[in-house]
Ligand binder design. Structure first.
Ligand code: ADP
Length: 161
């Protein structure tokens, strides 16, 4: 069985992330979508909120499991016998950082292969950062995020106003 991990901040999950996980789940037998609890990045949503929203969105994809972890992705992968790491590429601007990360992970865990899924054109401009900014300023984010995420952000920023 070919297991893969799709790690990320997912703060919050967007339609771009959803497209990647759907496509990855049709290529690999089993995919773990894992929220990385990274204290060096400031986030809007707690790790638990991000996990909960992802679970709602991917509940109809039977071979996708949602999890969270602290620490290195390679350590999580090793301890779960995972040898494939999935990442998304939106544009050349993503490439440099992703290449460095893939090479570093390969040094740390030689059996791990990073597999990149190219963003489809209609999702290539979507980023969690922009989604949060638009939602914070009262804009409509329904074209960018799955419904439960849109509802969550609407509620979140309404409460603040
Ligand atoms: P991280 O902080 O680990 O980069 P993100 O949640 O920003 O976490 O992204 C997780 C992965 O999903 C990354 O590989 C990123 O390039 C990819 N990704 C983000 N947005 C999109 C998108 N719109 N289309 C395709 N891939 C995306």
């Amino acid at each position: 069985m070919l297991k893969a991990i799709y790690p990320g901040s997912f703060d919050p999950m967007t339609l771009g992330h959803l497209d990647i996980i759907k496509r990855a789940s049709s290529v690999f037998d089993f995919v773990i979508m894992a929220v990385v609890a990274n204290p060096s990045k400031t986030s809007l949503l707690s790790v638990a909120q991000r996990e909960e929203l992802i679970k709602l969105v991917v509940s109809d994809i039977p071979n996708v499991q949602v999890d969270t972890f602290n620490g290195l992705t390679v350590d999580y992968a090793k301890s779960n016998s995972i040898k494939v790491l999935i990442r998304g590429l939106r544009a050349i601007s993503d490439f440099e950082a992703e290449l460095g990360m893939a090479q570093t992970n390969k040094e740390l865990y030689g059996e791990l292969e990073t597999v990149f899924f190219m963003s489809q054109a209609q999702y290539s401009f979507i980023s969690s950062t922009q989604v949060k900014e638009i939602a914070r300023l009262g804009g409509n984010i329904s074209k960018f995020v799955p419904k439960p995420v849109g509802n969550f952000l609407l509620n979140h920023f309404n409460k603040l106003n």
